[in-house]
Write a protein that binds this ligand. Sequence first.
Ligand SMILES: Cc1cc2nc3c(=O)[nH]c(=O)nc-3n(C[C@H](O)[C@H](O)[C@H](O)COP(=O)(O)OP(=O)(O)OC[C@H]3O[C@@H](n4cnc5c(N)ncnc54)[C@H](O)[C@@H]3O)c2cc1C
Length: 473
Amino acid sequence: MPKRVIVIGGGITGLSAAHRLAELNRDRDLDLEILLLERSDRVGGVISTVERDGFIIEEGPDSFITSKPWGLNLASRLGLQCELIETSRDKRRTYVLLHGKLVPLPEGFIMLAPARIMPFLRTPLFSWRGKMRMLMDLVIPKNPRIDESLASFVRRRLGREALERAAQPMISGVYTADPEKLSLRATMPQFIEMEERYGSVIKGMYQGYRKRKKGDMSDTGARYSLFLSFNKGMKTLVEALVKAIPEGSIKTDVAVEGIQEAYDGWEVATGGGILSAAGVIVTTPAHVAAGLLESAAGGCAALLRKIEYASSAVLISAYRSEDIETGLDGFGFVVPATEKSSIIACSFSSEKFTGRAPRDCTVLRAFVGGALNPDICRMEDSRIIETVRKELGRILGIGSSPVFTIIKRYPGAMPQYHVGHGELVDGIQREIRKLKGVEIAGNAYGGVGIPDCINSGERAAERLLQSLYAAQF
Ligand SMILES: Cc1cc2nc3c(=O)[nH]c(=O)nc-3n(C[C@H](O)[C@H](O)[C@H](O)COP(=O)(O)OP(=O)(O)OC[C@H]3O[C@@H](n4cnc5c(N)ncnc54)[C@H](O)[C@@H]3O)c2cc1C
């Protein structure tokens, strides 16, 4: 009799978990029945690529980082190497909006600090006072803390201007987070290591720069040379996973309502009835997981509810390239909170990857909302569209209307890794370990990026099978 394992949630975490179960089932001859239950009418979660009139439009994530190996590794196992594409090499730069104008982030400036001194000294992004304060990082004694907010760390080592004009907007663009609350250890521990090891973030960045090939360091901001996507967009990964998971294993339009321990495993309650399973992997957002686990593990549910989420929306606009006065010599811009804009970041999608728009058109993706600007997500679509359009028009010199606009909302989709997140996740994992046959995975625990989610799903699948088939592992 096959053992049934149910994966709850069909985002990249759930799909990766189900795929890993399928791989191990095949490799170790386990006689497993895999069932993935997804509430909506499609899998992929926040990953969504739309093809329209010659455009390839990413409504959610547009790429994944390769410095964490799990995304690339999965793409290789799925045979997708030929589909992978790099970011365009000649435009790997980011701008920062400063007093209403776009200023390039200096070459070699990564997230918080410069790795190269000359471009940093020449940039108009920081005042001389601000630059001098940042350079004091070279002499300020190290004082590492167990956990600290990003804002506290950057103010302490590099000063207020580095926080306001670089760290805060860069981090908002990635984590949609409040830097006063964001845990540095849970998101960018490499900067803590730099302080511990070199006594200075700038010295640590410089050492990293020397170790890497020089060509890799011409890009700025998020280090675009490390990011990949697929020819036909991120949906390629989702479609390949669906193909690789045994037919009939994925059920959409099935919302799970709760899980309950049974005498020989678990009972999973859905609108259509109760399904029994030997094991369950919960990959929904943490606040949903809390509801599902409430009666089986109230303590765990209480911890899961402590993870806060932020909402955001993406406004995707296609313009005729000739209508954009400034030209777009880069991948996008980020907006410091001090600019009081409704946009937190804007990606020039058709510049970042080739083949995203017909030759004479440009696609912009403007992000709004996040922890620092939640009110905009409560507005109606038409008001968001009008507000963002006006601001893009002012910043980029666009006088005409777009060819089309798409608005995509992400309510409560981005987990906030607040100070103490590491201990909170340890507590959740301790509680989960008390439930034999249940695992939890997703973007709320060990990283929000796609490779982190893949790793989280795959490791959860392995742990579950180790507990169910101890003899074969
Ligand atoms: C706008 C945006 C842009 C991003 N850009 C990038 C990027 O460029 N690169 C990158 O690496 N990362 C990016 N991220 C982050 C990354 O995409 C996400 O963290 C990741 O895709 C989350 O995957 P997940 O499977 O954990 O969660 P989700 O994608 O949220 O999937 C969870 C799934 O669970 C389902 N579900 C919920 N409740 C139930 C229930 N009761 N029963 C059954 N199913 C349920 C949901 O419908 C959903 O499909 C971005 C995120 C957003 C929102």
